[in-house]
Design a binder for this molecule. Structure first.
Ligand code: CMC
Length: 388
């Protein structure tokens, strides 16, 4: 074609058509398969949303029961996966343990390699949804030196996950329905976000014909960066740093505005949302409710609120249309639930899983999908020759 447009970060380049998620960044609109995120967060469950994203329609009661039943039947990891975790140091970051664990786990499912057989794609879709939360909980347990629990398939998706994480931590452990509901909502809010960096990674890897496990473990690695999913972990680090520095929130904001190296307001700004992030609004409400229910009085929440207030009134942030994103308040909630900071991005990954699956499958079914292969503008040396 002879013409190559340079577009760092793909700010102006669509890589695909997609019928899954709609975003209007100026108006703060997010819809999955046409349904507004606010309605789904209020009145559906994560498994319903997963079904909606993957199959295009909300499930009937029978379809949901079948889907849920299938997922419950597939929760168990191969027993030998314990050797994978045994081989890791207890300091292993749970995100690395998760993406590596997913890839290791895929070696038990030879049928995942053949992406041309629809039944294989179906069963591996179920395996992913059933087993990634178990891997995630084991990554958590490993990092704190506790024994793994087997899944309890009498429990629903979120209850099972919470029990796998906390079931043997305290004798008085009891399932708190407010937390189950809050986590379910947070997972819904993270379930898809069209062609973000990790989803684009899943699609790019998938475009080579690579299977779902390989594509999604690549997506998990893309998510781990602090500018993407890793921001939820980075927000807590930032808040703790402000608290420990003894300096005012205002002086931290000045450092951000002066563009001091490495100082950004984590949990603020978004490539697409230039008005507000509709997910952040729901998360903020949820943070108040969860901390209230648990009777937790976390000074980091107060700090976050103060920081948000100052930033929203400051011209630097106003001019650049920087608002809190989904990651700003999620960490405060996860912390109140008892998750260590290093698990936060893992929780994002569990939420995003249905989106990655849906996008991988959509690309696989789209006859127009070609292997992804960006152009470059060469800036290196002109031709030269060895002088020997
Ligand atoms: N703090 C301070 N300044 C910022 C921030 C921030 N968080 N975000 C953007 N800016 C400034 C940036 O320096 C630039 O200023 P200038 O025009 O003077 O050069 C301007 O705003 C435009 O920013 P950009 O870097 O061109 O925007 P982008 O679309 O490339 O980046 C972003 C989007 C999300 C990577 C960025 O806003 C950021 O780094 N935010 C902090 C990390 C974060 O919270 N990420 C989570 C995103 S939400 C969901 C998810 O997890 O993926």
């Amino acid at each position: 074609s002879g013409y190559t447009a340079l577009d760092y970060g793909f700010v102006n380049t669509a890589s695909t058509k997609s019928a899954i998620t709609y975003i209007d960044g100026d108006q703060g609109i997010l819809r999955y398969r046409g349904y507004p995120i606010e309605e789904l967060a209020r009145a559906s469950t994560f498994l319903e949303v997963a079904y909606l994203l993957i199959y295009g329609e909300l499930p009937t009661a029978d379809e949901l029961a079948a889907f849920d039943g299938e997922i419950r039947r597939h929760t168990l990891l191969h027993e030998d996966m314990k050797y994978y975790f045994e081989g890791l140091p207890h300091t292993a970051h749970p995100m690395a343990a998760l993406s590596g664990g997913l890839q290791a786990m895929s070696t038990y499912y030879e049928d995942s390699l053949d992406t041309t057989v629809p039944e294989f794609v179906e069963v591996n879709t179920i395996r992913l949804l059933a087993k990634l939360p178990v891997l995630a909980a084991y990554a958590h347990k490993k990092s704190i030196g506790q024994a793994f629990l087997y899944p309890d398939n009498d429990l629903n998706f979120v209850e099972n996950f919470l029990r796998l994480n906390f079931g043997n931590m305290a004798e008085e452990y009891e399932m708190n329905p407010v937390l189950v509901d809050a986590l379910d909502k947070l997972l819904i809010l993270h379930a898809d976000h069209e062609q973000n960096a990790s989803t684009s990674t899943v699609r790019l890897v998938g475009s080579t014909g690579a299977n779902m496990f390989s594509s999604i473990s690549a997506g998990i690695n893309a998510l781990s960066g602090p500018l993407h999913g890793g921001a939820n972990e980075a927000v807590l680090g930032m808040l703790a740093q402000i608290r420990d520095s003894g300096q005012s929130v205002q002086s931290f904001v000045e450092r951000v505005k002066n563009k001091e190296a490495g100082v950004k307001l984590m949990g603020f700004g978004h490539r697409v949302y230039k008005n507000y992030d509709p997910r952040a609004r729901i998360v903020k409400e949820s943070a108040g409710r969860v901390l209230g229910e648990l009777g937790v009085n976390d000074p980091l929440l107060d700090l976050a609120q103060e920081l948000e207030q100052i930033a929203l009134e400051d011209d630097y942030f106003k001019e650049r249309k920087l608002y809190p994103n989904v990651d700003f308040y999620t960490g405060v909630i996860y912390k109140a639930m008892g998750f260590p900071t290093r698990m936060f991005t893992v929780l994002f990954a569990i939420g995003r899983l249905p989106g990655w699956i849906a996008q991988w499958r959509e690309a696989r079914d789209d006859a127009q999908t070609k292997i992804g292969r960006p152009q470059q503008l060469y800036t290196g040396s002109p031709e030269r020759h060895l002088e020997r």
